[in-house]
Design a protein around this ligand. Sequence first.
Ligand code: APR
Length: 256
Amino acid sequence: LSVVAVLLLIIIVAVVLGLTVGRNTRTLKTTFTERCEEFKGYDCEKLWGVFERAYVGLDPCEVPMEAYDPLMAAVPFKPECNRKIFWSKTKDVVHDFTEKRDCFYTVEETLLGSVLNGLTWCGKEGSSETFTTGCPGWTDCANNTVRSFWNRVSAAFADGACGDVTVMLNGSIATPFHPASVFASIEVKRFHFPRVKRLNVVLVTQENFVTNCTNASLKDLQKELDQGMTYDCKEVSEAQIQECSSNPEKPCGACW
Ligand code: APR
């Protein structure tokens, strides 16, 4: 009897896994196009095609950021001053804020950032399919399909930054400005004076915060900025940001 039970269990697991994998593959395109349709004036079927051509048939560890150049060209980032917000290790707090308030937007609120937010995809040599499982992880290899996309889209988003730029960094970690982060390695390098006039760091603190604006990594950040660019850093509690998120009548300028 136990042999039968084990066999049955194996069959059930295999069927469930099979269905899940199949469904994931089919729904990547669906998710992409559904999220894309939220933005008016784009041919989402065509964008899916441009997107796919960046990685299908390639070793998923050998997709350079430039592979996504045609996709960036198909959806140019409109230049907009003073409203872009960047972040590092503050994903939840920053998105809770940008979702609820119309002060700033992150790359994840733009068309390309939003269609692929939270998703995994890759191709395989000799195949014309898109896979959503078995893809290399973020740090498995430098030029992986997903990481190269985020590097490329972040570069494009940062290239269009101007005026006052804001970044939310994490005051609960020892190195809020970490050299390996996308913010440090890609985005900051693209802020140029006089187009970008000012960088406002919002250092998000919690009760037992370990870092403040005198942190050594923030000195490194200041050193990276062009001559003439103004730098500012404020320690702001997560509670204060949440308070601003939930009180839309509070002016954006009064949030911190
Ligand atoms: N493993 C898996 N995912 C990772 C890893 C990792 N080691 N590092 C980064 N990521 C992905 C995750 O999706 C994570 O939520 O990048 C996201 C942001 O990573 P952080 O280390 O928190 O921040 P950072 O690398 O600075 O990237 C955020 O890049 O997306 C742009 O404009 C955006 O300013 C923002 C910045």
